[in-house]
Design a protein around this ligand. Sequence first.
Ligand SMILES: [Zn+2]
Length: 685
Amino acid sequence: MSKRYTITAALPYTNGPIHIGHLAGVYVPADIYARYKRLTGNDVAFICGSDEHGVPITIKAKNERVTPQEIVDRYHKIIKDSFEEFGISFDNYSRTSAKIHHDTASEFFKTLYDKNEFVEEVTEQLYDEEAKQFLADRFVIGTCPKCGNEESYGDQCEKCGTSHNATDLINPKSAITGNTPTLKETKHWFLPLNKHENFLREWILKGHKKDWKPNVYGQVKSWIDDGLRPRAVTRDLDWGIPVPVEGGEGKVLYVWFDAPIGYISSTKEWAERVGKDWEPYWKDEDTKLVHFIGKDNIVFHCIIFPSMLKAEGSYILPDNVPANEFLNLEGNKLSTSKNWAVWLPDYLKDFPEKQDVLRYTLTANAPETKDNDFTWKDFQARNNNELVAIFGNFINRVVVLTNKYYNGIVPTPSTFTAIDEDTLAAVKAYPAVIESSLERYRFREASQELMNLARLGNKYLADEEPWKLVKTDEARTQTIMYVALQIASALATLSEPFLPFTSTKLKQILSVTSSAVEISWSDISTKDVLLPANHKIGKSELLFNKIEDSEIQAQLDKLEANRKANEAANKKVEPQKDTITFDDFTKLDLRVGTIIEAEKMPKAKKLLVLKVDTGIDVRTIVSGIAESFTAEEVVGKQVTVLVNLAPRALRGVESEGMILMTETAEGKLVFVNPDTTVKNGLQIS
Ligand SMILES: [Zn+2]
């Protein structure tokens, strides 16, 4: 039964590339769903685009001394490329800076304005007289009234986590000029969410109690029960969509008002391009609208956007909003600012052509019902123990044996045994089993059912052992290989939503890419023959390769380096020590010397025993630099030595002096030395 689907995926915010958390939470499940709906014969519009307005983009632009447009142009391209590279099959990927979006959002606002759906309110906001602009929350910095942090933002203190109003800060300062802002009256338009409370209670709390995910339903319920308040839909800012009514000069639509309308304008853009009418996708009651998002967006997609659509009056409402929880990385929260993430462009550089491995790992371990952890060890195990050992191994055996025994021709079966009949019947049941999981947005479960089909194939071959029978029972061997090839064919089609690159490759190996032999999703449960006898398949090719421990260690090392760099970047510069006299200084005898020998101190992780030519003598110095340098690396280096430090014994070795060091951002020690070679023994003064 064909149906029309409008499937949206959260618009990524365009101030950075995307990472695995975005992919796991939103884009992979949305893509699996869209591909599955297309494969089962539905009319699908899979819609997304870049969210390019809002304050963080303007701040990033200011910091980098470029225009906001340059920021969004840069990241729109990076993000769009990542989606294409990972096979996210959007029908349209637009951007909110596009004219069609400005027109659509502007018109939407105008309609609600004309219908009196907004309330106007004049409030006092902080204003920077020098910059001649109102200050968005993030443009105000001051002392947190709760914890005393002197660098709290206007909306939230990052130290204690308290959210507050910019006007609550003690000693507020403008982040633009550093001046103390003044209070100035400004008019804004608010969407009175309280007016929509009854509708929301009826529609979600009563209507979707059974079919929405408990985490989504629960969050919506607590928002509604806490009481809904009017929410501003405009902002005093110069980056965004101008407020299209009288009194709106110098103001733009709040990014959260315009962004979800981006789904509509992206659908329009797509319809125009392919010669369709966009309206049924948003206004026909028979269309099923599904929003894929992360849990931080629930309030916007379940309360604010539906209230906007309802107020407008001509739109359908979402049928479901299957929001995911968050993905963590190696036990810690993913963080852009701390660079604790796996960025998609980096992943593809390190694991070229392994998009499906990441898609599979993120799906098999998706944060569907609670926050979940991505670990590189699990990634390796999913690849080596499931994709390689089960899926890949089964296909490889089938294809290699078919080529070996029959020159690649699918053999004609003789009588089926009970095991053959059961196996073929089990294959027929798989589309319904996978569908049942996908219809309930249980993508982890669905991916495991797909793997179970490969397991079935592996077990069938292991039990029937065609490689033994081939010498004694030709007819039976042909039947076994025929049955195994039917399973391989089913896998080629059923894997497409989950492993699109593998599916394509497998179809090429089985030579089923022409429409004459390609089977559909529903054929698997209705047709008896999936791959006919006498069809010629291609040569064997590995679908997956083992991932070695060293590759995993390299990723862990990279994360550790990021963590250290981040710590170093946030390290406070130590305050200056007490003043000393010139005489105090001249007591230090600092000389230039050269390391002439070095060896590791046995059983000491950090220590190197050095022989240093100080120009005065050659002496032994024990130095705690072994974690940053090997013994070989330091021989021949010219260094700065404090030569009149009282000798002391370290692990039984007498050390006569100290070598001066400092540290890089990554925590690696570096020598403090003259920038050109000089004579050993020269004094430093
Ligand atoms: Zn605070």
